[in-house]
Design a protein around this ligand. Structure first.
Ligand code: PDD
Length: 286
């Protein structure tokens, strides 16, 4: 069966999908996106992703090309048409395709936003990586200053991921002014003496939808939480470390810049949070 994608109002075979060369997402990374996970053919935390998408668009003066109800219907239609059981849905909204390349934004009345969605399958619930944990290295955070807006400017995160791989790690933790901001595509946490420590929300990091759920479940389980910045040195002395994202859930980190974290295997708190998150989100998926 060929993959079916959604492009500006149409469901088409991926091989036949087309966007303009003048699309500002393509020319200028003038686009916002969301990645939402799917378990058992159902969407995880659609409301969280739809709310953040609307905020990203508002911050950039983009006019949504569809309502959030229509967006939900598109997600569901793509799941059905692609027979998706476990994996995710990528959604991108661009500032559309004017007739020429110009730094100034086009009038939204004349140039409507473009919208593209596609599905992908990926094991989320049972994953070998989750059982083993990942190694990360630290790199300077050289992204722009509005990381709270989920834009498709992903060259630096992707460059950082490659630097990490060259150093034998799976991911990088980005560091600014001596403190960890987040991972290349996930939020970062450490655990010390039973307290979960993660950077507070601001323009410096993406306001992770998984982060919000994990912190809510941690509170409900009476775990202690401190929202504050931490350094790589503090992380290396921590009992546990982990990252969260829509497509990674809660993923243990077992080594940072060559230093083993705790006993070098996934910690109990990250394992417990992953179990709770998987169970709650599977039950709440729509
Ligand atoms: N990335 N921080 C960054 C920089 C991210 O790119 C992501 C998600 C997160 C976690 O956010 P959430 O829990 O809402 O997925 C944090 C997605 C998965 C991606 O780019 O593929």
């Amino acid at each position: 069966m060929s993959q079916i994608v959604y492009v500006n109002g149409d469901y088409v075979a991926a091989a036949d999908a087309k966007v303009s060369v003048f699309d500002r997402g393509f020319l200028m990374a003038d686009a916002v996106y969301e990645v939402t996970s799917v378990i058992g053919g159902k969407i995880v935390d659609f409301d969280g992703h739809a709310t953040r998408l609307q905020r990203s668009m508002r911050e950039l003066d983009m006019v949504p090309p569809v309502t959030m109800d229509e967006l939900l219907a598109i997600h569901r239609e793509l799941i059905t048409r692609n027979n998706l059981d476990e994996g995710g849905i990528y959604l991108q909204i661009t500032r559309g395709a004017p007739t020429e390349r110009d730094f100034a934004w086009p009038d939204p009345e004349e140039v409507p936003c473009g919208i593209v969605l596609f599905t992908f399958s990926k094991p989320l619930v049972d994953s070998k990586v989750m059982d083993e944990g990942i190694k990360v290295v630290s790199l300077p955070d050289e992204r722009w200053g509005r990381r709270d807006i989920k834009t498709t400017q992903l060259l630096y995160p992707s460059y950082a991921k490659m630097q990490a791989k060259k150093q034998g790690a799976q991911d990088a933790w980005l560091v600014e002014d001596g403190f960890v901001t987040e991972g290349t595509a996930n939020n970062a946490y450490i655990v010390k003496d039973g307290t979960i420590i993660t950077r507070q929300l601001s323009n410096d990091i993406l306001h992770g939808i998984t982060r919000a759920a994990i912190l809510r479940f941690a509170k409900e389980a009476q775990m202690k939480i401190e929202e504050r910045p931490f350094t790589i040195a503090e992380a290396q002395e921590a009992d546990e470390a982990f990252v969260t994202s829509a497509t990674g859930f809660c993923q243990p980190v077992i080594e940072i810049d060559g230093a083993q974290i705790g006993s070098g295997v996934p910690g109990n708190i990250s394992k417990r949070l992953r179990e709770i998150y998987t169970a709650e989100m599977t039950a709440a998926a729509i």
